[in-house]
Design a protein around this ligand. Structure first.
Ligand SMILES: O=C(O)C(=O)C[C@]1(C(=O)O)C=C[C@@H](O)C=C1
Length: 139
């Protein structure tokens, strides 16, 4: 029989109420508060890196001629494929792995890059053409 949902937040200080059936699984913290402290520590580092990444996205606007170039769909596809491959490579490294990691990372990057593009479009509006204009790449 299925248990009714508790509708209460989990006890962050309590002992574990479940365990993994996989005997190779190694617990990482004594309680949920300990798990969350590690997640907060990683979020601090991740957001710092996202801010550093944002700085380069802003600078990229100087090399774009129009809104289509700001959006650069071929580069976007390259970024999504690259981070997905990184997640596939790194996923199994940590404590038996995390099966859905490539999907999580790709979805996160799709959302992130959409946000970065919106900001880059705004920054593009704060630029002006250099004079004289450099020759267009014939491709
Ligand atoms: O590579 C670029 O041209 C960028 O502006 C950076 C970036 C990104 O966030 O990775 C942002 C906008 C483009 O859609 C492509 C990639």
């Amino acid at each position: 029989m299925q248990q009714a949902p508790s509708l209460r937040e989990p006890d962050a200080q309590g002992a574990p109420v479940r365990r993994f059936k996989d005997p190779a699984y190694r617990p990482l913290a004594a309680d949920l508060a300990g798990v969350r402290a590690e997640i907060d520590r990683l979020d601090d580092a991740i957001v710092r890196l996202l801010a550093e990444r944002a700085m380069y996205v802003k600078d990229a606007a100087r090399f774009k001629r129009d809104a289509f170039q700001v959006s650069a769909p071929a580069r976007q596809a390259q970024v999504f494929a690259r981070v997905r491959a990184l997640a596939e490579a790194h996923g199994p490294t940590f404590n038996g792995g995390f099966e859905g990691l490539p999907d999580v990372v790709e979805a996160a990057y799709r959302a992130l890059v959409a946000g970065y593009i919106a900001c880059e479009q705004t920054y593009f509006g704060q630029t002006e053409p250099v004079d004289p204009p450099p020759k267009e790449d014939p491709q």
